[in-house]
Design a protein around this ligand. Structure first.
Ligand SMILES: Cc1cc2nc3c(=O)[nH]c(=O)nc-3n(C[C@H](O)[C@H](O)[C@H](O)COP(=O)(O)O)c2cc1C
Length: 373
């Protein structure tokens, strides 16, 4: 009996198996609008047999986009463009779909990562970024404006408004992006947050703004929608004050006490001085401790590429779900092969199911059972 292909729940959201497709920016949106690429990309992933698909980091404000190609959910046009994509995808897939709502803070106004990721110049259409403190992400970059009380209220409202749009779009889960050095992580980490008001300094103060945003979003969406957060469990920086695993455990406990549906455990992204040991499942021990001590349903991510590795993470109680990013980009039916290796059944569209049994057996061996939905 495979653990990976057993049913599980992210708070109110029941999922058929433990495979989550991690959010992955496509940098192809125009003015925040999803286009035909999203239809193809999300469409193929929605046929993959995973339990949940999380749409890429989606900016809640125009200035919260990492790059000009980032998806947004800050305008009626953005909502209509995403609706077109989702209507088409859902006509052919019943896979639950969530969205990652994000604000890039001081890491906004950047080039695409593959261009080196540095900030745009004014002649390239750079915009003024905002953050907890006027500290640039990298030396030589223009500093963000430190958010004042009105700015904090505005950004929180933008998260709420985008969450309401996500509900209107019929999405099943909302993941607030508090990882990878983006705005909510910037508040958590003393590397980016050197405020002297109630939002800086002590751990309770640094957690305050991300938790306020969570509370506001949770209160604004119906109870059947899962609302959780993606966290960087460590800044991976040796020197000075940083965000640590111990603090992440405290944060997860606070989130659990406020009715958080899940925590998605990643790491890094806030400092260029980070040193990340990139080995298989390198973030899984973070997920394991956070799960054990907070009791929140936990998603592990990071170099989980192999079916047996993924199955063992669930079977050993290290996490409730595994998220797969690059492996499923390279192999969009990764869950089918995983099911074949583990002797489990995976969902596939009827169009493919009709080709059973001969062709599928040829592809996947005797283990593959493609179930009709
Ligand atoms: C193309 C690409 C885009 C990504 N975009 C996002 C994103 O929008 N939000 C996010 O939290 N992480 C993003 N990530 C990180 C992944 O969600 C994931 O945490 C990371 O790739 C590690 O998982 P993996 O080893 O399975 O690829 C992205 C990764 C890739 C490869």
């Amino acid at each position: 009996m495979s653990s990976l292909f057993s049913a599980g729940a992210l708070g109110p959201l029941e999922l058929r198996n433990r495979i989550v497709i991690a959010p992955m920016c496509q940098y192809t949106a125009q003015d925040g609008n999803a286009g035909d690429w999203h239809l193809m990309h999300l469409g193929q992933l929605a046929l993959s047999g995973a339990g949940l698909l999380i749409i890429e980091a989606t900016a809640v404000e125009e200035i919260g986009r990492i790059t000009r190609g980032c998806l947004g959910l800050y305008s009626d046009d953005n909502e209509a463009a995403l609706k077109r994509v989702l209507d088409a995808v859902r006509a052919h897939s019943k896979m639950p779909i969530g969205i990652q709502l994000a604000h890039a803070g001081r890491k906004a106004s950047s080039h695409k990562p593959w261009d080196g990721g540095q900030s745009l110049r004014p002649d390239e259409g750079a915009w003024q970024t905002e953050g907890p403190s006027a500290l640039p992400h990298a030396a030589g970059e223009p500093p963000p404006l430190a958010l004042d009380a009105a700015g904090l209220a505005r950004v929180k409202s933008a998260f709420v408004r985008a969450a309401q749009r996500a509900v209107a779009l019929g999405l099943d889960a909302i993941e607030l992006h508090a990882a990878h050095g983006y705005l909510l992580h910037q508040f958590l980490s003393p590397i980016a947050n050197q405020r002297t008001d109630e939002y800086g300094g002590s751990l309770a103060n640094r957690m305050r703004y991300p938790l306020e945003v969570f509370d506001a979003v949770r209160a604004a969406v119906p109870a059947h929608i899962a609302v959780g957060m993606r966290l960087s469990a460590s800044d991976w920086v040796d020197e000075g004050e940083t965000w640590t695993l111990d603090q992440s455990v405290q944060f997860a406990k606070a989130l659990a006490a406020r009715g958080g549906s899940f925590i998605h455990v990643s790491s890094g992204g806030v400092s260029q001085k980070q040193k990340i040991p990139l080995v298989d499942g390198y973030q899984v021990p973070f997920a394991e401790r956070i799960r054990r001590e907070s009791g929140l349903p936990t998603i592990a991510v990071g170099l989980i590429t192999d079916a047996k590795q993924a199955d063992a993470i669930i079977a050993n109680g290290q996490a409730d779900f595994v998220a797969i990013a690059r492996a499923i980009l390279f192999e969009p039916h990764w869950p089918w092969r995983a099911a074949a290796e583990l002797g489990a059944t995976v969902e596939a569209p009827q169009q493919y199911w009709r080709s059973q049994p001969r062709e599928m057996k040829g592809l996947f061996g005797e283990g593959a059972k493609i179930g009709m939905r």
